[in-house]
Design a protein around this ligand. Structure first.
Ligand SMILES: O=C(O)CCC(=O)N[C@@H](C(=O)O)c1ccccc1
Length: 367
């Protein structure tokens, strides 16, 4: 499959409410969409880089630049199938979210032409997946409890609470005491703590959490292993894992016993599957993380979450949790689960009117 052109489109989706994490507060999701055009048809990819390099070193404008100046020329003229994209971009260092978006678009185009769903191509075994919801840092414990109550009433299978120094033990205790032991509860620190906080974090053991996610800096496997040795609650890594090699090293060092897999963070859905396979071979459960994706990324994440090793609910919320209006049809929650798209490719396309309404810039690069 040869590329004729690649369209880079930025869209802006206002959030239904501010989303506060230890990294900052977000009120709009600006996303970079990649559309590849070939003789076989078109394919869509989504780059999950944030506006600024806060979650990881990538940022939206930089991703658009590296795709335009280096990735598209590296793929032009090649006879591509999805497995060829990674190697063709291999000499370009870093930029996993940009690489993931390009590979995702080629995957979608190729799979549509071959009448195969992404879930089938990846090896999915489920038609529906249990999903959780991420709850930001709130103005008060009361406000937090109101939000958690709403999400539990909606049927989410797991509640993830964002924590940071000064907002951790008290809100977690309040949620556990208010909603009881039956709720699957996790916390996510987004690297906000230091090794000196270890004794304090170990107190989270009192609340029966399913996992503690990424308390320390991405490169600090030692601190995560030290915490894992001190806590009964499993340690889960997110930002630390950017490849299958990272996952193997983190598991070998006892730095995690659960992995949050985000396709953008690791360079694409095919690397995500490699991490899934490696984790499964080591008896390590995985789940699919979220980056406030549009319906394109949401659909692809549901396909990934249908693989056998994805045994924990992921951050694949219903569209309404983040957006009044998306660029695709809305994804809805049904009894704590969501249906895995089973039509060719991603199984979803942007709705032209919604896409137009959200578009802030479009650029087409001829190959
Ligand atoms: O549900 C979602 O899509 C978001 C889930 C979520 O909490 N994402 C967090 C994370 O660190 O996992 C995040 C996303 C974007 C930016 C910062 C943090």
């Amino acid at each position: 499959m040869k590329l004729d052109a690649v369209e880079l489109r930025e869209v802006a989706l206002p959030l239904v409410s501010p989303f506060r994490t230890s990294l900052g507060t977000q009120t709009v999701r600006n996303a970079l969409l990649v559309r590849v055009l070939s003789e076989e048809g078109e394919g869509w990819g989504e780059c999950v880089a944030e506006d600024e390099p806060s979650y990881s070193p990538e940022y939206l404008a930089g991703a658009a630049d590296v795709i335009k100046r280096f990735m598209i020329p590296a793929l032009a003229g090649l006879d591509l199938d999805p497995a060829a994209v990674g190697p063709a971009l291999g000499r370009l260092r870093g930029h996993p979210m940009a690489k993931a978006a390009v590979e995702m678009a080629v995957l979608d185009c190729w799979l549509r032409a071959h009448r195969t769903s992404l879930a089938a191509h990846l090896g999915g075994v489920r038609r529906r997946v249990r999903v959780g919801v991420s709850v930001g840092i709130a103005e008060s414990v009361d406000a937090l409890l109101t939000t958690v109550d709403r999400h539990l009433s909606a049927g989410y299978a797991r509640i993830k609470l964002k924590i940071e120094p000064g907002w951790d033990l008290e809100p977690v205790r309040a949620v556990r005491e208010t909603f009881g032991d039956g709720v699957m509860l996790t916390v996510d620190a987004n690297t906000a703590y230091r090794l000196a906080d270890l004794r304090h974090l170990a107190k989270l053991d009192a609340y029966g959490l399913a996992l503690v996610e990424q308390p320390f800096a991405p490169g600090d496997l030692h601190a995560h292993a030290a915490l894992a040795a001190r806590m009964d609650t499993p340690v889960c890594l997110d930002e630390s894992i950017t490849s299958a090699e990272d996952a193997a090293e983190a598991i070998r060092r006892g730095a995690c016993s659960i992995v949050n897999i985000k396709p953008g963070r690791v360079g694409g859905y095919l690397e995500a599957r490699r991490i899934h396979d490696l984790a499964r071979a080591n008896g390590v459960p995985v789940w699919c993380g979220g980056m406030l994706e549009t319906g394109l990324g949401r659909a692809a994440n549901l396909a990934l979450a249908s693989l056998p090793g994805f045994t924990l609910p992921g951050d694949i919320s219903a569209t309404e949790r983040y957006y009044h209006r998306d660029i695709t049809r809305p994804f809805v929650l049904d009894g704590g689960e969501m249906a895995v798209p089973d039509s060719p490719g991603l199984g979803v396309l942007p709705e032209p009117a919604d896409l137009e309404a959200a578009t802030t810039s479009v650029e087409t690069v001829r190959c």
